[in-house]
Design a protein around this ligand. Structure first.
Ligand code: RNT
Ligand code: ZN
Length: 413
């Protein structure tokens, strides 16, 4: 056994933590990696328009994936450098051969993705795509007052849920099908209720069909770029929708709240009522900027809550960042490994003992231990995990990405 790991194992045993058990648990927690970091949320439909819907990718680092082959090759490279259990999160705009007719999408447009998932033994998650499309009129989709527009997007979501069911059937694992819509207004609206009533009706139509294997979620948001005054699918709207529609879950994106709010505290609030906890983990900087996830206190707070609320099997952890200013394969690797490091740190914390201090109102000891535990040798445990999972245990993964950049990305002009 590696010497550094042995020392760490003993140090953790002193505080009642079994590092072997932590590694076992870590390996069992899936992280769903979003395909859209690989191509700046462009998709494969060749519609030619710019990214819209109030979200933005900045940067033009060379090597963006432009085809299914490039995207999957890039993703494979990332997979080979990330330990543990992975899933792939797809958007409907990554359909192959659907000609942008999103209301007519069928499983056949995703056959190569299913083959890819099978080859890598990973599950798929899915998202209808309600942006970057000519049928999005004035940033409105499921809440549009134009019935033709609203009906189009209802058909799209219905089609997507069936595709999600196909993924679940083919891959023998659930498929999270998440609805996020951009709908909102740039300036103060005259009517805040009617759009929400239309959205509620659209969702009722979309979720009418029971589909085995599909977990449905709705993702709220506070504001978008160009949609500053009002968002139809707000936090309260979707929280209440989910609460009154069994089987529909409220997905929390860590960039979709007020800047001083963290979703960490919202996790136990959700878990008091729900058996599943879908998440989009991202890093907002001043706004929903979707920076690559780093090992911040915010991220650690999210992982801590998942672990200490015993929610490792309830959390559906998805990543949602997109940075076009750095190597995109590296972005995947950095962000995903950080999510996993945060989970490991949480698994290496004696939460029960700390909770007992809280219950006994021994707050001095609680603060002292919380701070001392920050310098335990968790890096040795991470390195051991990577060795066992056959991925680089440290910054050596970077040279693999750089080599791939020279071989494969450099020729994409
Ligand atoms: C947008 C939402 C949404 C998207 C992806 C591409 O603010 O976070 O989840 O980022 O669906
Ligand atoms: Zn999101």
């Amino acid at each position: 056994m590696n010497e550094g790991y042995q020392l760490a194992l003993r140090r953790y045993a002193d505080i009642g933590i079994d590092t072997e058990k932590a590694l076992q648990t870590l390996a069992s927690i899936p992280v769903s990696i979003h395909c859209w970091q690989g191509d700046d949320v462009t998709g494969l439909e060749s519609l030619g328009g710019a990214l819209d819907g109030g979200i933005q990718v900045t940067g033009n680092y060379p090597g963006r994936a432009r085809t299914f082959e490039e995207l999957t090759r890039d993703f494979e490279t990332a997979l080979s450098l990330i330990p543990g259990c992975k899933r792939l999160n797809l958007h409907a705009s990554y359909a192959i051969g659907g000609e942008g007719k999103r209301d007519q999408l069928r499983p056949e447009h995703f056959v190569p993705w299913v083959a890819f998932a099978k080859a890598h033994q990973i599950g798929l998650d899915f998202n209808p795509t309600f942006f970057s499309h000519p049928m999005v009129k004035d940033n409105l989709t499921l809440s549009s007052p134009d019935e033709a527009v609203r009906a189009y997007w209802i058909r799209h979501a219905v089609a997507c849920r069936r595709i999600a069911a196909y993924f679940a059937r083919e891959l023998g694992t659930h498929c999270l099908c998440n609805i996020w819509i951009p709908d909102g207004y740039k300036d103060v609206p005259a009517d805040r209720l009617s759009p929400r009533l239309r959205l509620r009706d659209s969702l009722d139509q979309i979720f009418a069909e029971p589909l085995p294997g599909v977990i449905d979620s709705v993702e709220s948001k506070f504001f978008g770029i160009g949609l500053e005054a009002y968002t139809v699918g707000s936090a309260e709207f979707y929280a209440n929708y989910a609460a009154t529609h069994p089987g529909v879950y409220n997905l929390m994106d860590s960039g979709h709240y007020h800047p001083e709010e963290s979703i960490a505290d919202k996790i136990p609030a959700q878990l008091a009522f729900y058996d599943k906890l879908p998440l989009h983990v991202t890093r907002p900087m001043h706004w929903d900027s979707d920076h690559v996830v780093t090992l911040t206190d915010d991220l650690r707070g999210i992982a801590d809550e998942i672990v200490r609320c015993n929610a490792c099997d309830k959390a559906l952890i998805g990543l949602d960042f997109f940075d076009g200013s750095i190597n995109r394969v590296a972005a995947w690797v950095i962000g995903t490994r950080n999510m996993q490091k945060a989970l490991l740190l949480a698994l290496l914390t004696p939460h029960q003992a700390l909770a007992e201090l809280q219950n006994a109102c021994r707050f001095t000891e609680l603060l002292a231990l919380q701070e001392e535990y920050k310098s335990l040798p968790w890096g040795e445990v991470w390195a051991e995990y990577c060795r066992r999972q056959d991925v680089p245990e440290n910054e050596k993964w970077l040279s693999a990405v750089q080599q791939y950049e020279r071989q494969a990305l450099a020729e994409r002009k």
